[in-house]
Design a protein around this ligand. Structure first.
Ligand code: TA6
Length: 322
């Protein structure tokens, strides 16, 4: 069982970490912090599928048509794209980590200690023999999912090359984070202005973003490059701002399939694109290369705050500089 301190349970009845099963029998871990925030992570895909605030409101988008059954990856939440992001390589799209069963890591190597965090889970993925036929490398992928006091959701990935034949390997990676939004046409994203991006809808060509915050009026599938560590997603209608901080992940993908593509996706409702936005810290343009024994770390931290939004201006004190 993953470790979590239970000396001060968050409520008289609910433990800070619980192992349970979803409706289709897939195992998941439920994390709870003392003020009532919670998160869920499925062992299938090592995928976070829920993050709720202290009012019980879901902050991540998971499709009502999501298929919780292998080999399909779960549509929504935070799929892990590894060892390949998207179609940037010869492997299946987004690699195989998102449709493998991860194990609970009972004995993770030391982690920088934050004693305030009581609710966390450690998962591990090692390649099967079948996997090494697809990608001929040995690795240990450790994922820690933590719920900080106050509700921040923190994902830390540690990937180690365990090849014994001296060979390095290279990979690309993304936290394919799907946020729940009230109405995509009421959302804007700040922190990506003027950056270069690769446009998946335009033969992966390289372009430069305009100076304004990004708003959504059509399908978007862009990989922003060398993105500063903080991006804000402002949901006007919901009066909620998500702040995404990242470390070790230079790029950030923005994706919304819009109406036409939604209609051809089996596991997404026709109108659901209106209520989702994927903002995905990633390393795509420059793959990570690890020699045997080397480890890479990539971290994402999500905060959801009531928007202090006034006359079209995000309060910079509270969000991008906070
Ligand atoms: O990250 C954006 C993206 O690569 C898009 O191109 C889009 O197709 C999406 O991921 C979902 O991919 P999937 O394989 O889950 O259907």
């Amino acid at each position: 069982m993953a470790t979590a301190s239970s000396s001060t349970p968050p409520t008289p009845h609910l433990p800070s970490l619980e192992r349970t099963k979803g409706p289709t029998g897939l195992e998941k871990l439920v994390l709870r912090e003392s003020r009532g925030w919670s998160a869920e992570v499925h062992l299938y895909g090592g995928q976070v599928t829920s993050w709720k605030n202290d009012h019980g409101e879901e902050l991540l988008f998971v499709s009502s048509k999501a298929i919780f059954k292998p080999p399909k990856a779960i549509r929504g939440g935070i799929p892990i794209c590894f060892p390949q992001y998207g179609t940037h390589g010869n492997l299946e799209k987004h690699g195989f980590a998102r449709n493998r069963f991860w194990a609970i890591d009972d004995n993770p190597p030391p982690f920088p200690v934050n004693t305030a965090i009581k609710a966390f889970a450690d998962l591990i993925l090692k390649p099967s023999e079948e996997d090494t036929k697809i990608w001929p490398h040995s690795f240990e992928f450790r994922l820690r999912v933590a719920l900080a006091p106050g509700g921040d959701l923190i994902l830390t990935s540690r990937i180690r090359n365990t090849n014994i034949d001296g060979r390095p390997f290279s990979f690309t990676f993304a936290y394919h984070t799907c946020f729940s939004v009230s109405d995509i046409s009421e959302v804007r994203v700040e922190g990506l202005e003027t950056l270069d991006y690769l446009d998946n809808l335009n033969a992966k060509g390289r372009f430069t973003e305009q100076g304004d915050a990004i708003v959504f009026e059509a399908e978007i599938d862009k990989i922003y490059l060398d993105v500063p560590s903080k991006v804000a997603i402002i949901d006007h209608e919901k009066k909620r701002t998500y702040v995404l901080r990242k470390d070790g992940l230079p790029d950030t993908v923005l994706w919304n399939p819009w109406d036409k593509r939604s209609k051809i996706m089996q596991d997404l409702g026709d109108e659901e694109y209106k209520h989702m936005l994927c903002v995905e810290p990633a390393t795509v343009e420059k793959p990570i290369t690890l020699k045997p024994g080397e480890e890479w770390k990539g971290k994402m931290e999500l905060t959801a705050v009531p928007s202090s939004y006034c006359s079209g201006q995000l309060d910079p004190e509270k969000v991008l500089q906070g």
